[in-house]
Design a protein around this ligand. Sequence first.
Ligand SMILES: Cc1cc2nc3c(=O)[nH]c(=O)nc-3n(C[C@H](O)[C@H](O)[C@H](O)COP(=O)(O)O)c2cc1C
Length: 211
Amino acid sequence: MKKLLHIIATPRAEESRTLKVSGVFLDGLRESCGDCKIDTLDITKEKLPPLTVKVINGKYVLLGGGDLTEDLKLAWNEIVKQIERFLSADGYLLSVPMWNFSIPYYLKHYLDVIVQPKYLFRYTEKGPEGLVKNKKMVIITSRGGDYSPESPFYIYDNQEPYLKTVFGFVGITDVTFINTQPMDALGLEVQKQKIESAKETARKTGEAFFK
Ligand SMILES: Cc1cc2nc3c(=O)[nH]c(=O)nc-3n(C[C@H](O)[C@H](O)[C@H](O)COP(=O)(O)O)c2cc1C
């Protein structure tokens, strides 16, 4: 049975435009894959562990190729739980609005928790190697403005390039973006149209995801 991890990075619940589009992706997925499991992780509500000095000390031990001491293992308990949940999935859906040209802080916190040496990547003589292999991801975003390649604001998009970099670094290179935009800049009529067309793409993408 395939498992999808749905990571929610907007606190706006039923008000969220991003989640409206994600909902249709999930409908498509469920229709095409009756026995798929969907694990929903709302990182705006989840109590993510803080990156304390002890936790960071552990990271440097792992970066140096060492093993965590019993004391550091204790400090890493909650970090490892989040990593294990992430790695237990066969594929990912990330629902994330643009905040200040990039990602909301909840998602940065989550990435700082899970992107760890020995678990998600390692250094080799040939350079860094991502350890999350053969897993794909769909990232559904919504933005107040329009940052498509045709827009003069394209160069301000620090969200898509950043997410491609960080997930590519850990080995997830099959990443599809569905960017729903503009949500605020051109009024309600355009917002409605853009949500509808993003939903259409999302349904097809959901249907094909685990095929
Ligand atoms: C804190 C905050 C920062 C935002 N920053 C940007 C931004 O830099 N660029 C932009 O186009 N929209 C920005 N927006 C607008 C949201 O990206 C947009 O309304 C989006 O559709 C919200 O998604 P949601 O409805 O799923 O929460 C911002 C919204 C908030 C709340």
